[in-house]
Design a binder for this molecule. Sequence first.
Ligand code: NAP
Length: 248
Amino acid sequence: MSKTILITGGSRGIGAATARLAAARGYAVGINYHRNGEAAQQLAREITRSGGRALAVQADVRLEADVKRLFGEVEESLGNITALVNNAGVLERQARVDEIDAARLERVLNTNVIGPFLCAREAVRRMSTRYGGSGGSIVNVSSRASVLGSAGEYVDYAASKGAVDSLTIGLAREVASEGIRVNAVRPGLIATEIHALGGEAGRVERLAPGIPMQRGGEAEEVASAILWLLSGEASYVTGALLAVGGGR
Ligand code: NAP
């Protein structure tokens, strides 16, 4: 059976590593991006050159119309979507809760919570046996922040990932009898550009000594966990929140 995966925020970091690994495992890959078209197109070309199938699609996951168009375009070019990775996510500059305004809360929650909800809805409408689909698998990219709380850095971001955890548990139970498994990974400190958004590009190096494994993680290590959860190897796993944090 042909496999098609849609990865939100696939242009960089964990999303791009997941796209590469998915292509190597035989998926046709829909690579969503927001602003970084060049990186997304380059990744799609790289996958195509090595004999895979890939399509880069611009869409802002905060916007319902964009999400609908994204699913439509991927489906039209690559076939029925059998796997979704809700990976797109943002954080903002390190701040205390008493310094965070409503506009920032809206930006963070719209991307990290509304986006995954809208994408999960579109996926369920296509995958669920209730709608005539033949099943599928969803992995949400949460964070260890949902448990640790990110005090003094970005409690708003941590709370958005708490919502992603609840989405994972609730949706998993809602669609378990409809052929869809829903799981989440909770990465710890992973070397990507996201830390620079928080104003501290060297954050992983600073905090590495406090990680039980004494090092930050690589995007590829998170991608492996995501691909396992999506695969038939995890056929009885749903509603799981898998820590990928070196013990943190
Ligand atoms: P990253 O390198 O900053 O990449 C973020 C990705 O999200 C980019 O592809 C970006 O697209 C996309 N994106 C942002 N806003 C979007 C929007 N409105 N619509 C569509 N795409 C959007 O981050 P990362 O570290 O790989 O993070 C990926 C996921 O892992 C996030 O959910 C993050 O919260 C989670 N996570 C990361 C870590 C870590 O330590 N790195 C730890 C725990 C969890 P453009 O490039 O086009 O802008």
